[in-house]
Design a protein around this ligand. Structure first.
Ligand SMILES: NC(=O)CCC(=O)C(=O)O
Length: 272
């Protein structure tokens, strides 16, 4: 399988509309890949809190429209990263004036919306995303022809129980769009390898480059195999990181070193 991670430079010098056009063109250039991955909140930047409400869009907004056309033209599965989603007042997916979510979109090679994931763990403690956005509550897996994706977003990477849940739901390849800051780059790399090793799964973790809202981004998108080996790692700037990997290695690793079978369930809950 061939995956291309588009580590987009997100900065205030470029309008959202211009970046959308530029990213759509980059996606079209990936024809021949099986899967293309974009970062978290690449229209605004993950730390551009004051832009979330202004740039928020319904699920069928301009980003979905542009990315669906690009996925169809390139004939690729596209994890289109996430957008600030303005949901309907009832929390549904129609246009509305309801809550904001940090919402990931997965598109099929025909440009159809295959999955939607609303980020569960919001970053910022008592400010930023954590207070501006609502939390999703559903785990999402997406069956592709050769692997099943499990999706998570950025800060989710710090919560291993979410990834265990995805494994239990059949995930073999985690896709993690992010807007990870440079000051915690060592955590990014370490956590990506940890999630891969402990779950014996691939991880495709795609971050942003550049600086927005005064926060330099880590870049260094990374692909790790089920044994924890780094297959490819980007540098700090805008880059297309392309990697070929064997999806069958997940089953082989789980078979030859069956640590997942030794799990003792329920330890993450308090004992009565
Ligand atoms: N956008 C994010 O979720 C940032 C996460 C982060 O900075 C961290 O976990 O550290």
């Amino acid at each position: 399988m061939r995956a291309s991670l588009l580590q987009v430079d997100v900065n205030e010098g470029e309008s959202v509309e211009s970046r959308r056009r530029r990213v759509a063109a980059l996606v079209r250039e990936q024809a021949g890949a099986d899967l293309v991955v974009l970062p978290e909140l690449w229209t605004t930047g993950a730390f551009a809190y004051e832009d979330f409400a202004r740039e928020a869009e319904p699920l069928d907004g301009p980003t979905l429209e542009a990315m669906a056309a690009a996925a169809r033209d390139a004939g690729v599965w596209l994890h289109a990263g996430s957008v600030p989603e303005r949901a309907a007042a009832d929390g549904g997916s129609a246009t509305g004036d309801g809550p904001l979510y940090n919402t990931s979109l997965v598109l099929s090679p025909t440009g159809d919306l295959a999955a939607v994931y609303r980020k569960i763990h919001r970053f910022g403690f008592d400010k930023g995303e954590a207070v501006l956005m609502s939390a999703g509550d559903a785990l999402v897996t997406v069956p592709l022809p050769h692997t099943t994706l499990g999706v998570a977003t950025c800060y989710d990477l710090r919560f291993p129980e979410l990834f265990r849940g995805l494994v239990d739901a059949g995930a073999e390849t985690f896709v993690v769009p992010a807007g990870w800051p440079d000051r915690r780059r060592s955590h990014w790399t370490l956590l990506a390898q940890a999630r891969a090793v402990e779950n014996q799964a691939y991880i495709l973790a795609c971050g942003t480059a550049g600086t927005h809202a005064g926060v330099p981004q880590a870049g260094h998108s990374i692909v790790v195999d089920p044994w924890g080996e780094v297959l490819a790692e980007a540098g700090p700037g805008e880059q297309v990181l392309t990697v070929d990997f064997d999806p069958a290695k997940v089953a082989k690793t789980r078979d030859q070193f069956p640590a997942l079978k030794d799990r003792v369930l329920g330890l993450d809950r308090p004992h009565p």
